[in-house]
Design a protein around this ligand. Sequence first.
Ligand SMILES: NC(=O)c1ccc[n+]([C@@H]2O[C@H](COP(=O)([O-])OP(=O)(O)OC[C@H]3O[C@@H](n4cnc5c(N)ncnc54)[C@H](OP(=O)(O)O)[C@@H]3O)[C@@H](O)[C@H]2O)c1
Length: 261
Amino acid sequence: MKRLSGKVAIVTGAGRGIGRGIAIAYAREGAKVVVASRTKSTVDSVVEEIQAERGTALGIACDVGRRDDVFAMVAKTVSAFATVDILVNNAQGFGTERRRAPTPLPTPLEDLDEEEWEYTFRTGALATLWGMKAVFPCMKDRGGKIINFGSYLGQIGGEGTAAYNAAKEAIRALSRTAAREWGKYKINVNVINPAVMTDAMAGYFDAHPDEAEAVLRQIPLRRWGDPVKDAGGLAVFLASSDADYLTGMTFQLDGGGGMRA
Ligand SMILES: NC(=O)c1ccc[n+]([C@@H]2O[C@H](COP(=O)([O-])OP(=O)(O)OC[C@H]3O[C@@H](n4cnc5c(N)ncnc54)[C@H](OP(=O)(O)O)[C@@H]3O)[C@@H](O)[C@H]2O)c1
């Protein structure tokens, strides 16, 4: 028996990286997966990958920085698959609406572009709230699993990335609040803080090899996480009935890199 058989899952930002890994892992465990990401071509290619493995996937191009897109994406999911059991709020925009970037733009706090602050919050914390509100009517009577994305950078207050840090910590605070308020509906809300190798990160480290080695030395397991095996594996567990008694928690998916005493 597959662990997510019969479940309907939405994964945002599933066109590449961690979201793609989770979408593939969910489909392998029998979920009907909505691949919801901004760029239609990448959405289509992930849907094709899943279908090639005989999984069930529906692609929806959706910019999570637009409220109407998020609610329409959930409505389309319900009309295709009748409900939503699992929501993974993985998408996160960087830069600004007019000047998008693949990662946070390192900037001293005193020079922080307030447009970047707004865009980072809108595509991160606010988008996460919109997704949660949109699926709540489906989950209120049947329960559900919500997985949101934070970052170790937010936890330590990494230098130069204030907008990202603050948005990610807002997502963790929102998740804990939802875990308390929605626990009575059997809705579990957890957060993953990943250190997982993606194309965007590989591109950055190719350009900064010394930094790549230094970061790797700080990871006790001496490797980066894999989007399908590691991110997908944890996300399957958190979406499954094995995690029914876990809520409001942040899971450090980082090879021990963020370990604290
Ligand atoms: N990788 C890590 O180690 C790491 C560390 C800390 C936190 N995180 C968090 O983990 C999550 C996934 O990260 P990742 O490294 O997999 O990112 P990624 O490789 O950059 O992929 C992000 C995905 O999200 C999509 N996306 C971006 N903005 C969007 C928007 N406004 N609406 C819809 N989709 C959007 C992108 O679509 P397009 O291709 O169309 O741009 C892309 O498919 C993020 O929340 C990130 O902050 C990752």
